[in-house]
Design a protein around this ligand. Structure first.
Ligand SMILES: CC(C)(COP(=O)(O)OP(=O)(O)OC[C@H]1O[C@@H](n2cnc3c(N)ncnc32)[C@H](O)[C@@H]1OP(=O)(O)O)[C@@H](O)C(=O)NCCC(=O)NCCS
Length: 192
């Protein structure tokens, strides 16, 4: 059994962001941060070298969204009107029927302002409130990715353990931390 993701495009609003589907007009902003060495250092996809990589990435996102196997949202920053990052949630495997995995990425021009915590709180809260079968949201990051670890901790996820030699990036193998939050934990933390 697979988890049913919402069939209609999701739109969410937080204090500083609009979380919405990706549009083709986002390609230049998407290329801007997806081509950055700094931004992509610890992500599990390759840095975009050309605009063609960005177009291909966009096509894959569209296809997976249409197949209803992921929610991948663009972060539109209200003040600058730029598309500054992404936050997504998807089912990683049929083995974990009630689990979704969270992933995110932000332009380094906007790091350190609490933006990703705001975006993740929005999407994870939406997910628990609108998918009654969802029991667990998990995320992992390489141990060295201190910013990402803090995002997970700040939204209320708990570290479960180390995934040894879990990720390879540019020829280097990294250990990752697995984090998760369960429905009852989320509800008592955010909807007491
Ligand atoms: C990881 C990332 C999403 C953090 O986004 P952000 O909006 O800068 O994070 P926030 O401002 O919400 O900060 C959350 C916490 O992390 C801390 N933090 C953020 N970046 C940090 C860094 N490089 N080193 C140490 N702490 C950091 C912040 O200080 C804050 O903690 P605090 O309130 O206790 O001070 C962003 O750096 C990013 O997109 N990196 C590249 C892509 C990536 O690694 N994605 C995750 C893959 S698993």
């Amino acid at each position: 059994m697979t988890i049913e993701l919402p069939t209609k495009p999701v739109m969410l609003e937080t204090k500083r962001l609009i979380l919405r589907p990706f549009y083709s007009k986002d390609l230049p902003d998407l290329y801007d941060w997806a081509s950055s060495v700094n931004v992509t250092r610890y992500v599990n996809w390759d840095r975009h070298r050309t605009m063609d990589d960005t177009r291909e990435f966009f096509k894959i996102i569209q296809e997976l969204s249409e197949k209803n196997s992921l929610i991948f949202m663009a972060l539109q920053h209200k003040a600058s009107a730029k598309m500054v990052g992404s936050v997504g949630i998807f089912q990683r495997s049929d083995l974990s029927r009630y689990t979704l995995e969270l992933g995110y990425c932000l332009s380094d021009q906007f790091w350190g302002q609490g933006i990703m915590v705001e975006a993740c709180l929005g999407l994870v809260d939406y997910s628990f409130l609108n998918m009654p079968y969802l029991q667990r949201v998990e995320a992992n990051c390489v141990v060295e990715n201190v910013g990402s670890r803090r995002v997970m901790e700040k939204i209320g996820m708990q570290r479960e353990g180390v995934l040894r030699n879990f990720m390879e990036k540019d020829g280097q193998i990294y250990n990752s931390y697995m984090y998760s939050v369960l429905r009852n934990e989320w509800m008592s933390l955010h909807h007491p």
